[in-house]
Design a protein around this ligand. Structure first.
Ligand SMILES: [Zn+2]
Ligand SMILES: [Zn+2]
Ligand SMILES: [Zn+2]
Length: 283
């Protein structure tokens, strides 16, 4: 069997690297919020995986739909979305879902969404006009979605990629991270991985439970929450994030979900670690 991945042209792009309020923060005149460095402008956290599958079809998979999704999609000239995976039910990770209706229209097809049951329940409550469209007063232009439930440690294979949901703790709330690897022609994890893979995407985390450490070995890329220098009950601080990254020891670590307390150019990090910024693409 061919050990090489079946997909090609894989690119992992940071659509947003900011905390829930974004940076600049509304009404703030601090040095970071008024910075001229474009890397200090942070939209809400989400990422886009773009690649060509084994059949030659371009594919786009999103992790989370931030409230900035429309602007993020326009910036990247996205014209399709084949699947969306959700990490958890917070507003900064879900309130762009309405925007995907344009992908439905362009692609003339529904979009598969994947999340844990609690997140699916939240989406049903918030997006009643989508999930119970028959109750809308007028027939209206709403997203067409097909739901699928995710379970920790049960891999999801999509278009030649394997997404393994991993458990993270966001304060007291259990949320998902994803370990992402390319598959070979026999459906096994390919022995040679393209670009930044294997990669683990771990946003919104304040504790990595014991059961998860085994899923974070042998990474080329770790993407990890780093909120701000001061401690916080539901996110890793600078020190906690660096310490977790040292323990995980990926070849490169990129931090996300920063507040305006962190200046891109002003933060010094150990070798192999850096802040991500909006638009950064790994391929
Ligand atoms: Zn968040
Ligand atoms: Zn500020
Ligand atoms: Zn959150």
């Amino acid at each position: 069997m061919p050990p090489a991945p079946v997909l090609s042209s894989f690119t992992f792009t940071f659509l947003g690297t900011g905390t829930s309020a974004g940076v600049p923060v509304i009404g703030c005149q601090c040095d970071v919020c008024t910075s001229a460095d474009p890397r200090d402008r942070r939209r809400r956290a989400s990422v886009c995986l773009r690649f060509t599958d084994g059949g030659g079809q371009e594919r786009v998979v999103l992790i989370d739909t931030s409230p900035d999704l429309r602007a993020q999609a326009l910036e990247l000239a996205l014209d399709r979305c084949d699947a969306i995976l959700f990490t958890h039910d917070h507003v900064d990770h879900t309130f762009g879902l309405d925007e995907v209706r344009r992908f439905n229209a362009v692609m003339r097809s529904a979009i598969d969404i994947y999340a844990e049951q609690g997140t699916l329940d939240f989406l049903h409550r918030v997006y009643r006009h989508i999930f119970e469209a028959e109750k809308n007063v007028n027939t209206s232009f709403v997203a067409r979605l097909v739901e699928h439930e995710l379970h920790v440690a049960q891999p999801l294979d999509l278009f030649g990629l394997r997404f393994t949901p991993i458990r993270l703790l966001h304060g007291r709330q259990p949320v998902l991270g994803f370990r992402i690897e390319a598959l070979d022609g026999s459906g096994e994890v390919a022995s040679s991985q393209p670009g930044p893979l294997p990669l683990a995407y771990c946003t919104d985390v304040s504790e990595i439970p014991e059961e998860t450490w085994g899923q974070l070995g042998g990474l080329k890329t770790l993407v990890l929450d780093m909120l701000r220098p001061q401690r916080h009950p539901t996110h890793f601080s600078t020190e906690e994030a660096v310490s977790a990254a040292e323990k995980i020891a990926a070849r490169q670590t990129l931090f996300i979900h920063m507040t305006h307390d962190i200046s891109h150019a002003g933060l010094e990090l150990p070798a192999g670690m850096a802040l991500a910024h909006d638009g950064l693409a790994l391929s």
